[in-house]
Write a protein that binds this ligand. Structure first.
Ligand code: ATP
Ligand code: MG
Ligand code: MG
Ligand code: MG
Length: 439
């Protein structure tokens, strides 16, 4: 992508409305634009990051055996009347009427709809276990939307729903998502800690919120410091290994970790003082086993091996991609701008042409660009005639992992300079070596 042909509306000034660094940087770099309160457009730079986040989420959901579909944003109120949640949901639900005066709503979540799909097709235990997910917009009329896409009214959610014949099997489905979540957040460059969450009337210990520690987080959290360096399950984890996944679950829940709603001061106080972490956190994911809460009122049953009908045991598993993007920035930035982890960076490298229009600089940039593109890298070429200082500041601000600086003097020697955005290290090398370094 040539910067001169791209659409990246950089703001010169810090926007006044942004209270936290991620919001400020997302606005400054032209990643997002607020269209009305708590409702955002994702501009091209932001869209690139969001797509990379979604791709990682999707890969890990698929690896864990979940199956992707796409359900609509608009739902009929009828389904929610069946489950009993239409009246309970309150003002967070955006209620709409169509031209026939039929009550509709913009889905805040999809338990009812997915249960309806399930009951329409699945009649036998032989189809189970089944986990269906989608990545789709949700709407919640939040009382206090803030911090940009961290807490917006319209937001993207990856929501998965598992269906099992028995509770035991549902717990295995839960462990699959638990493990997939550990891997997902780690690949996004984040350390997320599963914390015990309220299961309400269902009880049990099968609800966890995945929390990123951050001073700007809205939750108050307490945990053991062991979570900061606990090993993440490997890519070749066998998701059909019931005991193996249970062992991962037990390992990751063996030390104390809870949000303020579930906090147990006695258990926390029993830990050695230097092991205690009391901090603020961002909820980036939430998983829940809820048994027959929806299958019962909505009649989602399958025939079991015993020939009898059984209500299916369900769980739901959410991740907020549009919240994750700012969460990643909160975890990874400096005074000059964003520092993207390589896995989600909008571009792998930016080539900075220090003298656009100079034949040797233009030629070296084209060579680098073509070779990196051929190697499958996403490259931004700053071919503008801005002054050097502005170009460096822009490259730092948008946080691309590698900056390749192409100036007339070094190019005369067949060399360029590479700067690593994260470490700040600079190195002069041949064009060939630069290509090999990044590709
Ligand atoms: P919160 O406690 O922050 O209001 P929640 O518990 O209501 O979140 P869930 O219903 O558990 O959210 O939804 C699953 C995930 O969707 C959350 O863990 C979060 O990552 C994301 N999410 C929820 N609400 C929002 C929002 N208003 N804006 C952005 N992401 C959200
Ligand atoms: Mg909420
Ligand atoms: Mg919550
Ligand atoms: Mg939640």
């Amino acid at each position: 992508m040539r910067l001169s042909r791209y659409f990246m509306p950089i703001l010169k000034e810090n926007p006044k409305e942004a209270e936290i660094v991620s919001h400020r940087l997302m606005l400054r770099t032209g990643m997002i634009r607020q269209q009305s309160q708590g409702i955002y457009s994702w501009l091209p730079l932001g869209k690139r990051v969001l797509d990379k986040v979604n791709a990682i989420i999707r890969e890990e959901q698929n690896r864990a055996g979940a199956v992707e579909l796409l359900m609509p944003t608009l739902q009929s109120a009828e389904l929610w009347q069946e489950s009993g949640r239409y009246d309970d949901y309150g003002k967070e639900m955006l209620r709409i009427k169509d031209r026939q005066d039929r009550p509709m709503l913009y889905g805040p979540t999809n338990e009812e709809m997915v249960t309806d799909i399930f009951r329409s097709y699945v009649k036998s235990y032989k189809t189970l276990p089944l986990n269906l997910y989608h990545i789709q917009l949700k709407f919640r009329d939040e009382i206090r939307p803030r911090f940009g896409t961290m807490r917006s009214r319209e937001f993207l959610m990856k929501d998965a729903y598992s269906f099992d014949l028995t509770k035991e099997s549902a717990i295995h489905s839960y462990n699959k998502m638990f493990t997939a979540y550990l891997r997902t957040f780690s690949r996004l460059g984040l350390r997320a800690i599963p914390m015990r969450a309220d299961t309400g009337p269902i009880g049990g210990n099968h609800s966890h919120e995945f929390i990123i520690l951050a001073d700007t987080g809205e939750s108050e959290v307490f945990c053991h410091k062991s979570f900061l360096d606990r090993a993440i399950p490997a890519a070749d984890t066998d998701f059909d290994d019931v005991a193996g996944l249970q062992a991962i679950f037990e390992d990751w829940t063996s030390d104390y970790a809870a949000t303020s709603e579930m906090h147990d001061e006695t258990a926390y106080g029993a830990m050695p003082e230097d092991a205690r972490i009391s901090a603020r956190g961002i909820e980036v994911g939430h998983i829940f086993y809820f048994g027959t809460k929806y299958s019962e009122p909505m009649g989602a049953k399958v025939q079991g091996p015993d020939g009898k009908e059984h209500l299916v045991h369900m769980g739901s598993y959410g991740i907020g991609p549009t919240r994750l993007v700012p969460a990643i920035i909160e975890a990874s930035h400096d005074e000059n701008g964003i520092i993207w982890p390589e896995s989600v960076a909008p571009f792998d490298a930016i080539i900075i042409n220090m003298k656009a229009g100079d034949a040797s600089c233009d030629g070296a940039c084209d060579t680098l660009y073509a070779a990196l593109a051929k190697a499958g890298k996403d490259v931004l070429l700053d071919d503008t005639d801005d002054r050097a200082g502005a170009k460096f500041a822009l490259a730092d601000l948008i946080g691309v992992p590698y900056q390749v600086i192409v100036g007339p003097r070094s190019v005369a020697n067949g060399e360029v300079e590479i700067k690593n955005r994260k470490t700040g290290e600079r190195e002069t090398m041949t064009i060939e070596a630069a290509i090999n370094r990044i590709a």
